[in-house]
Ligand binder design. Sequence first.
Ligand code: NAD
Length: 272
Amino acid sequence: MRLSGKIAVVTGAGSGIGRAIAQRFAAEGARVVVAGRTRPGIEETARAIDAAGGEALAVVCDVTDAAAVTHAIARANEVFGPVDILVNNAGGSFGDDILTFDEDTWDRNFDLVLKSVYLCCREVLPQMIARGSGAIVNIGSVNGLTGIGEEAYGAAKAGMINLTQNMAMKYGPHGVRANVVAPGTIRTPIWNERLAERPNVFEALTAWYPLGRVGEPEDVANAALFLASDEASWITGVTLPVDGGLLAGSYRMNVDLSGGATSQQAPVSSRE
Ligand SMILES: NC(=O)c1ccc[n+]([C@@H]2O[C@H](COP(=O)([O-])OP(=O)(O)OC[C@H]3O[C@@H](n4cnc5c(N)ncnc54)[C@H](O)[C@@H]3O)[C@@H](O)[C@H]2O)c1
């Protein structure tokens, strides 16, 4: 088991990617603090972990609220002990276009996506530094690496990458690693509103992915597990896209240039 004896805190673990990470970490031997804004989701995750023979503690925590974050980490310490692994996964996106949304919307994105990382990291870093080891995995987004819309969300995710690099540089000498996983489209409840408007959104988006599908929460959990584990003991400050090849190149442009054919269905002329 790759996380035996470790204590992990996963934020936003009541659904989607956070739930998959919490379950995967527990299956690898970690005791997991399942943190999230609302109780039903985190309790469901904790129950699933218990049922699979793992150990979990559900803690209600709004990651934008400094006092709530302090309380959640204190509970983690009280029940399990010092935190070895922090996964800053809680997130969400509000508004899409700087010409249409208001300042509150801008602030909501930055509070949830970026300030939360600062609040959670400042709470666990002192105990990681004191023990000379720790791993932070921040769940970013391809939106933080290139322009795909959702401007405030994308800018905040880009800020998360820079904050991660600074933490990697400053606290590396204390044995603390910090990395980002940047997912592409992942099939989670974050898409529920859009799915209600456009039921075939995943099928439409599949056309952008060289690997021919959108992602599943487990795809991100696998990458988070690697970066949190000792297998990544010499990796810090990196951003790992988990995106089915979305950022590898202009796939759709390439398909259009090839007359609409993918490499699996190469035009007859190019096969001869
Ligand atoms: N699904 C995707 O396509 C996708 C792509 C790139 C990045 N991401 C990122 O992955 C992360 C997880 O998202 P998901 O896709 O699993 O969606 P999700 O909506 O299932 O999960 C987000 C979780 O964060 C929790 N949360 C929201 N605000 C919170 C707060 N203030 N305090 C504590 N918890 C809060 C929600 O309750 C929810 O459980 C997010 O950071 C998101 O930006 C998702």
